[in-house]
Design a protein around this ligand. Structure first.
Ligand code: ATP
Length: 401
């Protein structure tokens, strides 16, 4: 049961509603290259507009070093959002975020108007959760809505501090959906529950692996992190990515899985090349090797065909699947097969299917398989922390108010 107040529990007619969105979208030469995060918040915005609220939207974008940086302005988002909503979204160009321009724009709002504030991280207080900016943000509104799951693992002014200074703080539909699906997957999964972990940053994913082994029935490991597990089993992994400090941890996880009667699946073959492609999408000569025969001068960069079969088979009868991190260097067309195979097997499975954001979400979106998933999380880091059993400050702050 979802136990937080949501936008369904409040009346916003005629009220100024500050909505913390996650508009942290990728930009290239000032153009948005992936608008999934903008699309994801539309149901919340439409509901609030149907309720005749006055919407003041805020978000961070990237990591500005010192205050205002025109390259990280949210202006392009206002344009795209306008197109998607089919109505004007006024951009409150204000280097102080809540400065004279923003205040004036808010003062002139009518019911059903939408304003987007400038990048919250242009204020140095934002990431330090310093009261001054929290108060500034709160002064603009009567109601606060948090729909930025992607930032929920951070305690910043715009998602945590501000809630202290408003009378009503609730979550939006996106936040609600992310919490419900991720929460059910880890706390009350339909079984068999299969978790798939990939990607390169094993140290970031340590706690998740430990926690998932408690909850899941099968844990599948792929991507760069698999080689530390293979080395921990005493295998020769050539020049493949390895985190030597984590060998003992991986050995412990292998032992833990065996003790708990959980299946821990590791690659049985790999697609390897002489070196990491440079640039990342450069053509590569790929050869397939068994994990018992990886040559010393080769680097494993994707799972091999036998592993794809093994992993796809394990996903067939699953009733809950959680996936975080690609199976190989999926940015390269020659090394994307493993990631696609897992995405396709997942799409075919009759299960609750959760993609934990980041690169696996990018791969699923690229394949056009997002519709076949129950949830493609907008927050890689936040979903990882959630899956590792942590309480997210952004989720805690916006509730029951
Ligand atoms: P995010 O942090 O964006 O949520 P993620 O959780 O999807 O990302 P990361 O741990 O960041 O995953 O790892 C993704 C990266 O791992 C990709 O850039 C991919 O190229 C790289 N990768 C996957 N397999 C390998 C491999 N065998 N060797 C080296 N790098 C790999």
């Amino acid at each position: 049961m979802f136990n937080k107040k949501t936008i369904d529990d409040i009346n916003v007619a005629g009220k100024k509603v500050l909505v913390r969105c996650d508009f942290n979208v990728p930009l290239k030469d000032g153009k948005i290259t992936d608008d999934n995060r903008i699309v994801a918040v539309l149901p919340t915005l439409k509901k609030l507009l149907d309720g005749n609220g006055r919407l003041i939207l805020c978000s961070h974008l990237g990591k500005p070093k010192e205050g205002y940086d025109p390259k990280l302005s949210l202006a392009p988002v206002a344009v795209r959002l306008s197109e998607l909503l089919g109505k004007e979204v006024k951009f409150a160009a204000d280097p102080e975020v809540v400065g004279p321009n923003a205040k004036e724009a808010v003062a002139n709002m009518k019911d059903g108007d939408v304003i987007l504030l400038e990048n919250t991280r242009f204020r140095k207080e934002e990431t330090k959760n310093i009261d001054e900016f929290s108060k500034d943000l709160a002064s603009l509104c009567e109601v606060y809505v948090n729909d930025a799951f992607g930032t929920a693992h951070r305690a910043h002014c715009s998602n945590v501090g501000v809630t202290q200074y408003v009378d009503t703080a609730v979550v939006g539909y996106l936040m609600q959906k992310e919490i419900e699906f991720l929460g059910n997957a880890v706390n009350d999964p339909k079984r068999p529950f299969v978790a798939i972990m990939g990607g390169a940053k094993i140290s970031d994913k340590l706690e998740v692996i430990d926690n998932l082994l408690e909850k899941c029935d099968t844990l599948i490991i792929g991507g760069g992190m698999a080689y530390t597990f293979l080395k921990a089993q005493g295998k020769e992994i050539g020049k493949s990515l390895v985190d030597d400090e984590k060998l003992e941890y991986c050995a412990d996880m292998i032992k833990k899985a065996a003790e708990k009667g959980k299946k821990l699946l590791l690659p049985v073959d790999v697609a390897a090349a002489d070196a990491f492609p440079d640039p990342i999408d450069a053509p590569v000569d790929v050869e397939i090797f068994s994990v018992d025969a990886i040559p010393a001068d080769k680097m494993g960069l994707d799972i091999g065909p036998e592993t794809m079969k093994l992993y796809s088979e394990a996903l067939k009868d699953a009733k809950t699947i959680v996936w975080n991190g690609p199976m190989g260097v999926f940015e390269n067309p020659g090394l994307v097969k493993g990631t696609f195979a897992v995405a396709e097997a997942m799409a075919d499975a009759d299960a609750v299917k959760v993609i934990g954001g980041g690169d696996s979400a990018a791969a699923v979106n690229k394949l056009g398989l997002a519709d076949k998933m129950s949830l493609v999380s907008t927050g890689g880091g936040a979903s990882l922390e959630f899956l590792s059993g942590k309480v997210l400050p952004g989720v805690e702050a916006a509730q029951d108010k």
